[in-house]
Ligand binder design. Structure first.
Ligand code: NDP
Ligand code: PYC
Length: 341
């Protein structure tokens, strides 16, 4: 018998142990390895395959390419009363966020609104774990990060923007927070990479080949340019993310990030902006007033059969906590082939 390796079922604890082993064996200092592993476990648990343990291959490649400072110690400063800055020192973004998060939350509660800039970090992660964590703490949260210049502006076919995600979290009494998190490209790049790995074509509106022609070949889109979602609207939002989490916080645009990578094939290097708002801070209203009116809005969405963003994730989480997760056999084999796997 031959063919593709069989899929494997793992418990979340097994996923965590595997991720930590591989990241430590790749040379990451333990605090980074543990922080990075948690976001991969969360991605796998919530059915977000493009940002689950597939990212072990991506992280190992970035470390091997010399893009990541593996033992960076994030340094916190306070440039203004309601601002927190964390210099990640060239390490992965996850530990920098964990380091700045408590002070961000404290300042948001003190001033009503506060912002956290992560600088000089390597970023390959989904943003929803960050806004969800802040919303679980009762704060409204927004997050933005540029990436590498892979995405063409509407009207063009050459890469300028990153896949530039925007994430939002809103706390809900007695329920998981309302969270959305999406790339401003038609899809995340990780999704196209998964199609390439599986040898599957992509829809012809995801991107262009290097000559600027629409294509269904995942490899050609990766070598050419991706499209923004929603035409000119996604294009403008992608530009906004570049500006907010690049020049505004003294960090790189996606064009600068890919130029610095210089063909090494590492994850994006640059900054992230996170804004946290305390619902109790505006208008002098009690928290309950804000949150109850929001619940009426959610009822109106769900009442007609539409679903809230992240509901799929929360459902997947419930299943994974009970049953574990299924890892595609080929991906599992590739991870086991890494040192520590
Ligand atoms: P998706 O298109 O998969 O999902 C976007 C959002 O829309 C999710 O919150 C999703 O909720 C929600 N959603 C999807 N379908 C529906 C529906 N029918 N009704 C209501 N809500 C819906 O995301 P992307 O492919 O654009 O991005 C995937 C991930 O990639 C993100 O987590 C992002 O942060 C990450 N990323 C990271 C980058 C980086 O530089 N670090 C760059 C680009 C992307 P649900 O999950 O419940 O389906
Ligand atoms: O999937 O587009 C993506 C991505 C870029 C950086 C991290 N994820």
């Amino acid at each position: 018998m031959s063919g593709a390796p069989a899929d494997v079922r793992l418990t979340l604890e097994e996923v965590r142990a595997l991720a930590r082993r591989v990241l430590l064996a790749a040379g990451l200092a333990a605090p980074h390895a543990f922080a990075v592993a948690e976001t991969m476990v969360a991605g796998e648990r919530d059915g977000c395959a493009s940002h689950g343990i597939y990212r072990l291959l991506v992280a190992a490649r970035s470390i091997a390419a010399g893009v990541v400072v593996t033992d960076a110690v994030p340094a916190v400063s306070e440039p203004a009363p309601a601002l927190v800055q964390v210099d990640g020192g060239g390490g992965f973004a996850q530990l920098a966020f964990e380091t700045g998060r408590p002070l961000l939350a404290e300042k948001a509660r003190r001033y009503g609104i506060a912002a956290l800039a992560l600088n000089h970090v390597v970023h390959f992660a989904a943003l929803w774990p960050e806004v969800e964590a802040l919303a679980e703490d009762g704060l409204v949260a927004l997050a933005f990060t540029p990436s590498h210049a892979w995405v063409a502006p509407t009207g063009g076919t050459q890469p300028v923007f990153g896949t530039n995600p925007i994430a939002f979290g809103w706390p809900r009494p007695g329920a998981h927070p309302f969270v959305f998190d999406f790339a401003t490209s038609a899809v995340a790049r990780g999704e196209i990479e998964l199609h390439r790995r599986a040898g599957k074509p992509v829809p012809d509106d995801w991107g262009y080949d290097a000559a600027g022609a629409p294509t269904t070949d995942a490899e050609a889109v990766l070598a050419g340019a991706m499209r923004t979602f929603g035409g000119h609207k996604g294009s403008a939002l992608a530009a906004m993310v570049e500006l907010l989490a690049g020049p505004l916080i003294g960090d790189m645009t996606s064009r600068e990030s890919i130029a610095l990578d210089d063909g090494r094939g590492g994850s994006p290097i640059g900054g992230e902006l996170i804004v946290a708002i305390d619902p109790a801070g505006f208008l002098g209203l009690g928290v309950a007033g804000h949150l109850q009116r929001a619940e009426a809005l959610f009822d109106a969405i769900e009442g007609q059969g539409a679903r809230l963003p992240s509901q799929r994730r929360y459902d997947a989480r419930q299943r994974s906590l009970a049953e574990g997760v299924i890892i595609p056999g080929a991906l599992y084999a590739d991870i086991l082939a890494l040192p520590g796997g």
